[in-house]
Design a protein around this ligand. Structure first.
Ligand code: SF4
Length: 405
């Protein structure tokens, strides 16, 4: 997911359909081809998602499924992939009280996140304007995450124990995006998101790399964007999934590896791939046809933070090959926290709160859904952003900062 400082529910917007008949869109954007299933993978060797390492992240034993989702083609594929899982019927993926919420301890949440799946159908297929990480936020093909970062905003609506919900009607999501892409036409003015392509964030409330352990939803989206010459998919990730290297993105998907100093990551990024692995994977993803950017996020102010970020940037400068540097760009995103999440974290990970709950530096603002979001005070934030820009200039001058927030 993108580490974003905003309340994810804000700014809802329905974009205009293009007015073209669906069949024309299907031909123009390759939907006919998509409906026959994802393109063949380049290799028929063993997949990472079947490895022991992948099973440590996700070992599904229980699947809560809406009936329509379970009987769909994607739903049947997922159920077949986890044949030993108990399947429980549910009316709505939004209302499963025994799964969602903050009750219980962290061990229980992690157990739920790593052993339970929810299958649902996405009802509202809204494309929302963004203007920071991407031009548009695509309707997500999943929400929830198997990882457990201490600052994550994704659990705000379902609670900390939210397992991944996979939306099985990805074909409708792709069709919606096809219409939206066609409606935009070519991008006429470059902007910081991209000089020539309309960028769609496909992972606002999920991590697409982990989702690819479960189903072909991520592959379907990557394959679809590979055929759309005016658009580009983009997703942030904290997990290295080598199976994504087998797809054919043809330069139309941007992977944004989130990085932060390894000490911060070990404290805050629970269950993610080590930062060094994310950086080491960049060249492989570029060679497989992805564009590779970085999210310098979240920036957490703590004693010694500038020294740690300088070391991280020097490490990137040392290990990244020139071809990665030439196309890389970055977002800088300051930590945003939340009062409710702070209370939750105190019960299971108080050491994280020592770093991310800093009333001496932070201010609270009530969000649209009534909860209190907490961010660094304006002057503190401005000074820190400037300091990060200075560190990048000094230690990784090849890294263009697309925006800092
Ligand atoms: S990787 Fe971390 S920040 Fe991203 S969705 Fe998962 S838990 Fe949240």
């Amino acid at each position: 997911m993108e580490y974003d400082a905003t309340d994810s529910g804000a700014g809802m917007h329905t974009s205009q359909p293009s007015g073209m008949p669906d069949d024309d869109h299907d031909e123009l954007f390759g939907l006919d081809e998509l409906r026959t299933g994802p393109e063949p993978r380049r290799s028929t060797g063993p997949l990472f998602r079947d490895s022991e390492q992948a099973r440590r992240m996700l070992s599904v034993r229980e699947i809560h499924a809406e009936p329509g989702a379970a009987s769909s083609s994607r739903g049947r594929q997922i159920l077949a992939r986890f044949p030993d899982a108990d399947v429980v019927s549910t009316d709505s993926h939004w209302r499963i009280p025994e799964l969602h919420g903050n009750k219980g301890n962290a061990e229980r949440w992690v157990r739920i996140k790593s052993t339970v799946l929810v299958l649902g159908e996405k009802k509202t297929l809204t494309v929302r304007p963004n203007g920071r990480s991407a031009d548009w936020i695509a309707p997500g093909a999943a929400n929830g995450c198997a990882m457990a970062c201490a600052y994550c905003y994704v659990p705000r609506r379902k609670g900390y124990a939210n397992p991944i919900t996979v939306f099985t009607n990805v074909d409708r999501i792709v069709a919606r995006l096809a219409r939206h892409v066609a409606g935009q036409g070519p991008k006429s003015e470059p902007n910081q998101c991209d000089p020539s392509a309309w960028v769609y964030d496909i992972g606002e409330n999920n991590d697409c790399s982990v989702d690819a352990l479960i189903s072909e939803n991520t592959a379907d989206l990557v394959n679809a964007f590979a055929r759309w010459p005016t658009a580009k998919a983009s997703f942030a990730t904290k997990f290295v999934n080598p199976d994504l290297l087998l797809l054919e993105p043809r330069g139309r998907t941007r992977v944004r590896f989130s990085v932060m100093p390894p000490d911060d990551s070990r404290l805050l990024d629970i269950r993610t791939s080590p930062v060094e692995h994310r950086i080491a994977a960049a060249a492989d993803f570029l060679d497989a046809g992805y564009e590779v950017h970085f999210n310098l996020s979240p920036v957490v102010i703590r004693p010694g933070w500038e020294r740690s970020w300088a070391e991280l940037l020097r490490h990137m400068d040392d290990v990244l090959p020139q071809r990665v540097k030439e196309q890389a760009a970055a977002e800088v995103i300051m930590l945003t926290h939340n009062r409710d999440l702070h209370e939750v974290n105190l019960a299971w990970h108080p050491r994280a709160e020592d770093a991310i709950w800093r009333p001496d530096l932070q201010q609270a603002k009530r969000s649209e859904n009534g909860s209190w979001n907490v961010r660094y005070r304006n002057a503190v934030k401005a000074a820190t952003v400037e300091a990060v820009r200075g560190l990048v200039d000094t230690h990784a001058p090849w890294l263009t900062i697309r925006y800092a927030f």
